[in-house]
Design a protein around this ligand. Structure first.
Ligand SMILES: Cc1cc2nc3c(=O)[nH]c(=O)nc-3n(C[C@H](O)[C@H](O)[C@H](O)COP(=O)(O)OP(=O)(O)OC[C@H]3O[C@@H](n4cnc5c(N)ncnc54)[C@H](O)[C@@H]3O)c2cc1C
Length: 375
């Protein structure tokens, strides 16, 4: 798709940041399992964290397409940083921008738009994530406060030093799910330790516990009992964003593998001169290209106000599989070096699998696509 000047310049600025600032150092953060806070703040200064937020609160007022361009460029270099942005913007900040009251927006959006804060969205529970409408976490109203009890797991951005807010889902009555914002430091909120993850090791993922955790009644995000509908809407955009991120990973694997195949010699010539390697690279290019078409098509439909849920599911399903396949083939092209943590494709190999799990597993995407055909 041909980009206009503003899109081209924004993508180029994010690409330069990813290549020049993230690429040289991210491997060390990854191995230490450390959250690269200054790199994320740097992206905030570039405007990436505020790109979709309203201009009146300091954002750029752009759409999902622009965010996708940024995520693709970041993930081309590193997925941990990309998912930090993705989770905060599409599921967290957008929840406030879309459903928050004027007071909530004035209170929380400026710092998020300025790229100095992050949001975590806590939906998944230890008892299950796919059955998202079933939530054991409960909240009851008492003396003008929500009193929350329960546990969430695998929550991205829950415990960073720049986390402003955790938006949790909770049952506020029989069959009634509601979103409630909880600020770090609230008594009764406990953030667990960082998980030891296979991939996305430089992103922050933690369990979250609520024990008699009290927040003002005004911290409800959107309408009481509309939480399930709200997060289903947000997840549609989230899936387009994850598809853009996956496209970046697929493209990054191609970038690395192509350069290596032209450079690495076996039997006295570059391995790229073997048709089996060249065909692998051709297939990798095809996957990155079709993934890009899929997320961009879904993003444009979203921005045009057209229904895009099925397109989002198609894009997420296709791009996540493309990323996994490209990571596997890039590792193969790198030979033994591809199995060494020092090479970016080894990181991609560890990172890509979770794309088939987060924001609705690929089984869920297939269910949605099948349902759209009346099945
Ligand atoms: C690194 C990471 C970051 C994450 N970040 C967040 C976050 O920020 N916020 C958040 O809320 N969650 C987050 N998650 C959780 C993620 O969204 C869930 O792991 C995911 O939705 C799957 O839920 P589950 O792990 O409970 O698997 P389960 O629901 O137990 O599913 C297990 C398997 O069964 C399959 N399955 C389940 N039901 C069906 C069915 N009806 N038909 C066919 N197959 C089915 C699933 O597709 C899956 O393959 C994160 C997870 C990871 C790993």
């Amino acid at each position: 798709m041909k980009l206009d000047l503003e899109q081209t310049e924004f993508a180029a600025a994010v690409r330069a940041y990813a290549q020049e600032q993230v690429r040289p150092v991210i491997g060390d953060f990854y191995e230490r399992g450390e959250f690269p806070i200054e790199l994320v703040r740097g992206l905030g200064k570039l405007g990436v964290l505020g790109v979709t937020l309203p201009e009146e609160h300091g954002g750029a007022g752009m759409g999902l397409f622009m965010l996708g361009l940024a995520l693709e460029e970041i993930a081309r270099v590193d997925a941990s940083v990309a998912v930090t942005v993705e989770a905060s913007v599409t599921l967290g900040a957008e929840a406030i921008a879309k459903y928050g009251t004027a007071e909530q927006q004035a209170k929380w959006l400026p710092n998020l738009a300025a790229g100095q804060g992050l949001v975590a969205f806590a939906l998944t529970e230890p008892g299950g994530g796919t059955d998202a409408g079933h939530t054991d976490t409960k909240a009851r109203l008492e003396d003008g406060e929500w009193v929350i009890d329960g546990a969430k797991c695998f929550i991205t951005n829950a415990g960073t030093a720049m986390t402003d807010l955790i938006i949790t889902t909770a049952q506020t009555g029989p069959g009634e799910v509601t979103c409630i914002a909880v600020e770090p430091g609230t008594p009764g909120l406990q953030i667990g330790p960082e998980y030891s993850k296979v991939g996305w090791r430089a992103s922050d993922t933690r369990p979250v516990y609520f024990d008699d955790c009290r927040v003002p009644e005004a911290n409800i995000i959107g309408q009481r009992g509309r939480g399930f509908v709200q997060f289903l809407e947000l997840l549609d955009s989230g899936r387009v964003a994850i598809a853009a991120l996956a496209t970046g990973s697929a493209q990054g694997c191609l970038d690395e593998a192509l350069a290596h195949a032209k450079d690495r010699e076996a039997f006295g010539r570059p391995i790229a001169e073997n048709q089996s390697i060249a065909f692998m690279l051709a297939d990798m290019k095809l996957r990155a290209h079709t993934s890009r078409l899929a997320w961009q098509d879904a993003a444009l439909k979203a921005e045009a106000g057209e229904p895009f849920g099925t397109d989002a599911a198609l894009a997420k399903l296709h791009a996540s599989m493309a990323a996994v396949d490209n990571a596997r083939e890039a590792t193969q092209i790198f030979g033994g070096y591809g199995f060494m943590n020092e090479t970016p494709v080894a990181r991609a190999w560890r990172d890509c699998k979770v794309l088939e799990i987060g924001e609705g597993t690929n089984e869920v995407q297939r269910m949605l696509i099948a349902r759209s055909m009346g099945l």
